[in-house]
Every structure is written in C-alpha cells, then in structure tokens.
Ligand binder design. Sequence first.
Ligand code: ATP
Ligand code: MG
Length: 323
Amino acid sequence: MALVRERRQLNLRLPLPELSERRHRFPPSISAAFNSTSSSSSSVTTNSSSSAISASDLERVRVLGHGNGGTVYEVRHKRTSTTYALKVVHGDADPTVRRQLFREMEILRRTDSPHVVRCHDIFEKPSGDIAFLMEYMDSGTLETLLRSHGTFSEPKIAHVARQVLNGLNYLHSHKIIHRDIKPTNLLVNRKMEVKIADFGVSKIMCRTLDACNSYVGTCAYMSPERFDPDTYGGNYNGFASDIWSLGLTLMELYMGHFPLLPPGQRPDWATLMCTICFGEPPSFPEGVSEDFRSFLECCMQKDAGKRWSAAQLLTHPFLKSDS
Ligand code: ATP
Ligand code: MG
C-alpha cells in the first residue's frame, strides 16, 4: 500500500555507520532469512543498552508480516528465550533505497524513547541487505487490532493518542519527522502500550525551519501540503504533517475504515489527490463528543499553520478521558 517515491532531490546529510562498529556474524538460520547465499554479516551497534546481543544467538520463529521494503520475522534469543522482531530489508543496488535504509539506521541509532519501538541492533550483509533487531510488540499493529476487535471507544482512542503524541513530541523535539504515521506503523503490546515504528521514510531536519522537499511515504495518510507541495509553495512544516496523519489514523480507529473514502473503496492516487487537496476538510463522524471533535479539528486543519503541535495536543481536554 505504501507509495515510496522520490520527487525532488533528497537533502541527505547522514553519515554511514563506522566500519569499526560492525562486528557480529549471522548464523545460517538468520542468513536464510536474508534469502542470500552469503552467510557473512556484520552488526552496527545502536544506542540501546542491549547492544551486546550476538546474532548467532538468534533463531527464526515465524514471519510476522511483509511490508513495502522487506519482511519482518519473529526471532528468539536462544540463551534468554527473549523474543524480538527482525526486520530484513533488501538494500538492493537502487541508491534511493540505500539512502532510505541508512537514514532509518541513523534515526534508530539516535532514538531512545518508551514511545518509539526500540531497535537493539542492526545487522548488515555484504549483499547490502540490512536487518533491524527490534523490540517485539506482541499485539501487532493498530490495524490488526481494529480488524480483530472492531472500532475503538473514545477513551481507548485518547489512550492511543496520548502515547503516539508522546512519541511524536520526542521525535519532533529531536528534529525527526516520521512522515509515515498510519495504523500499520503504530505497534501495540499486550500492556496496551502503543509505539511508533518504521522510519523508512523519515527525515532528520538539519535546521528547525528546514524545508521538507521530498515526496515519500504512504499517500493515503499524507497531509494536503505534503501531497501537493507545489500548491503550498514547495516548503512546508513536516512536523505538522505528522499531526495530520495522526488525526486521520485516530478517525479510522473510531470509524473502522479509511475516513476520507466510503467503506470498501480502494484509495487510488487520483481520488486521494482530489479528496485530500481539493475536498472540504474531513467531516467528523456522527456521535463524537465535543472534545473529540475539537481534538480532531486541531489535528486536521487543512492550513498546516493552524494545526496544533504534539506538545500542544498533549494538553487538549480530550486526553483527560484517558484514565
Ligand atoms: P509499510 O511497508 O507500508 O510500512 P507495513 O508497516 O505493514 O507496511 P513493515 O513495517 O515492514 O510493513 O511491517 C510488516 C508487519 O510486520 C507489520 O504490519 C507488523 O504486523 C509486523 N511488525 C513489524 N514490526 C514489528 C515489531 N517490532 N513487533 C511485532 N510485529 C512487527
Ligand atoms: Mg511499516
């Protein structure tokens, strides 16, 4: 579903990982997950406290899912029986894909928040494939929860919103824009902790007001100014774009389907362009409380300048219903 497309030149200033930081080798089981004949792999240490994990201690349990760039496996640490998620991304020769991978590695090495899925280690193969050893979120994604348990009540949505906003507040204060907030990138565990995952199309801003000129991410959840940057002068505030995507995601949890289209309609690019950029601001579902309506309005202003920041939204009265 993800549309990952570079439209303008990427302003990429991220260093490659230091060679001296790479050390582990993959056992055959993990190498098999890489779908490659070579078994030689190396590890790039993250800022996580669990960086001493050796790849040879891991065994593959099952496939958790497939995404745009690769496959996610459940793996088990043989000695401690701890379960992790291993996301294997094919870093093929395409320079755009490799740039995105190195950007994801750089962001994951920097982030350390209870509201962002923890990355314990990063393994790299000579073929260019890269595997991210991540905290395992045992209840899947918000999308799987929506499908298995049905729509969310307002207090549950407030609970989700508070946690994602804490994560966004952390990222934005570190000048990181996620750019792909959507139900499948928000992972849940059985404690109902919700964490932000998947930094494949994220960007570190070099200055606070740096322009965000690339066109990447999943277009269904993109803000109007991100979908059609030319109409908005080419430069826009990517932090506000993440807030739009969060508003849309929360609406989806309430309504049970993608909110900007009738249930069952597949979102194609042209329909989305008309709806998001030229349509009226989204109309909110019947029966929502005043607080929830006001909260969604703060997230989904078509004018990005009027949208609230993550820090402001954390003070919104709607979140009081999250006990
Ligand atoms: P996209 O490529 O558009 O981001 P996606 O989010 O579904 O799509 P991935 O991020 O590769 O793709 O993840 C694939 C699936 O793997 C997810 O939908 C989720 O079910 C599962 N998954 C990913 N990370 C974890 C994790 N840390 N713990 C548990 N399951 C995970
Ligand atoms: Mg994803």
